[in-house]
Design a protein around this ligand. Sequence first.
Ligand code: SF4
Length: 182
Amino acid sequence: MSTVDIKPEYKPEGVEGAGFFATSLDKVVGLARANSLWPLPFATSCCGIEFMATMASHYDLSRFGSERLSFSPRQADLLMVMGTISKKLAPVLRQVYEQMAEPKWVLSMGACASSGGIFDTYSVLQGIDRVIPVDVYIPGCPPRPEQVLDGILRIQELSKNESLRMRNSPEYKAKLALYGIE
Ligand code: SF4
């Protein structure tokens, strides 16, 4: 009979012994959150194509537990904004963000989403952080899939190390208040 020796790549700090493992609830919840992010791809232009490459078999975002895309904000915890966001679209983006349940994270992919990119015009939002808070920015025009993977890994680090009380903290509420979000 063959035995399979499974070694998890990461496990939270804890106390180990034969037949038991003790750690803190924060760390277990962080581990679960980080490895089951459900992205909502808010893609408006070319960066979205690069994201499609990231999802496909060669780069395979599934390896990081994020293959389950959600096109409903109610079933997503990672908002990925990719592409040019016009000022007319900004209220829609904000509504999508507000409809997502906590905990949630925001990834701004590419120059357009992060700063308006080359479109320094009257109609283009000069960075989505003017309407919603952003956790991680990915530079580039367009960023390569490796950069998208790196961005996801950074979101994983944030979610893995976040305290369970963070979302109720005065600091977090103050950050949302800057955007007029309660
Ligand atoms: S950053 Fe570049 S590749 Fe991405 S949406 Fe803007 S123009 Fe397109």
